[in-house]
Design a protein around this ligand. Sequence first.
Ligand code: BES
Ligand code: ZN
Length: 590
Amino acid sequence: MSRPDPHSYTDFSQGRIQGMDLDLKVDFNKSAISGRAVYSLSAGASGPLDLDTRDLTIKRAFDGEGGELEFEVAAPDTVLGSRLRVQLPAGTESFSVEFSTSPTASALQWLEPNQTAGGKHPYLFSQCQAIHARSVIPCQDSPLARFTFTARVTVPEELTVVMAAAPGEAASAAESGYRVFSFEMPQSIPSYLFAFAVGNLVSQDLGPRSRVYTEPEMLEKSAWEFADVDKMLLAAEEIFGPYLWDRFDFLVMPPSFPYGGMENPRLTFLTPTLLAGDRSLVNVLAHELAHSWTGNLVTNATIDDFWLNEGFTVWAERRILEKSDGSEAKALSAAIGRNGLMAAMKSFGEGSPFTKLKTDGKGKDPDEFYSLVPYEKGFLFVALLEEVVGLEKFDAFVKKYIEHFAFTSITTAEFEEFLEAELPGAGAQIGAHDWIHKPDLPENAPKFSSERLEKLQGLGRGWSDGARPDLDEARGWSPEHWQIFLQAMPRVLPEADCAWLDKNFHLTEQGNCEILSNWLIIAASSGYEPVYDRIRSFLAEVGRMKYLKPLYTTLYENEATRPMAREIFAGSAESYHPIAKGGIERILAR
Ligand code: BES
Ligand code: ZN
């Protein structure tokens, strides 16, 4: 037995699944999907084949000729789920499994109509990263296992299915009142990139290769906010080389989507909290787009190599931003990132293994150790490499890295080896080994600075000594300026200061969620009661963990607001995605 990924039962010595044909039927009454998966193997296999499942009911398994196969579902492991072992007769090239999902499937969120913009139709979406695909389909749920697939999804006829794949025609189903949507994914993907959504969805073209999907009520706003997607696509191709996924479409989700964005190939998912009305949060779209290369073409081998996905992607995101908005915008973004990194490192504690780039997550739930470290320490590592190598040489390296490893999943060691082969000595020059394998932030981390940045941080840090922004000037600050300023402020302010800020800048009525969440955290730590209603409504309507986690943590850590945290959660838990719900439960159990 050889299991190359500690977060999966995948064992390639038993066989390798390279193709899937899926038939899925979505039942909104039961909050369940029933389905059949036909698997094709890369070579004839025989004997046991282990697949990952979580909370799935496995009904039957068949060989390629329709003969029933023996299988066994092991008792669940809390992190990994249940191993499904199918017994394959000698020379098996194809087999199938019939299964159904549980209403509590960790990848799926079933929304009531009142949780959507339209309010009339139910909605369903998946979120498989890191290890939730196994709650939707039995699979080799490791990023090391890549496969192509075709799929047919049957849903009530008034609803539309979108999938991270090329759409085919929609047709009436055999059963009246239902429609079938067909898809094909010609490029091979790891299971965590399998994704779909069902709802009342419409779309609008934004460029030759891009289209936005969302509910009709959000279409105009979404199309406006992300109108520059084609420019981004061109900028990203300049950095990485040609875009190999044909189309770059995206879906603007209901507010309970637990992430800012998810790079599902051919169909990125985005939180509606990006719809600030001023295009100020489009960096998230740039980020998910950049994953088309760093992540989706060159994929982390396991979750312990996650920094390869996110570190390079944040670096690329800021390069794209620099192209459109200039170097100061990049410096501000890097400064906001560094604040987040410092906060994450502080909460893990000095010397914590979770502050390493290459982690050892064996036995641990990836959702539990998810943090900004792989993003922002990873970014600083890549930026430092760029700095010492020089932009031109480094860009050539990045292009070659993508080309060399496209459509494969690589370990940190393979990256280190490639780096040494292509840029000999560069790793040693920056201390790459310590960066990757030791905790904390090395001394030689690059610093991004600008006059504006210094001034804003000075104002925030000097608050207790009486520093105050000029009112007219501050009213002209961009959202990034506000974030820098608020993040530099003391956490606890006197009531009069909170009142002054709110009176002059109307922070509680902010439509930009980045500004709003930074303000609500200060106001909550300060026990400033006039914002409590806004905290309640914000936590009730938004499901993005980036906002939920720090706010719940702040409320919970303060004795006075601890009951409020529990009470808000009791009222909202059922409307959060299972992943978000689990995350908040852990905070409230500390
Ligand atoms: N792939 C991630 C989201 C993710 C990571 C989901 C791990 C599940 C497990 C995505 O690309 C991401 O990083 N999103 C960020 C965007 C940001 C860094 C610009 C987010 O959701 O906030
Ligand atoms: Zn990412």
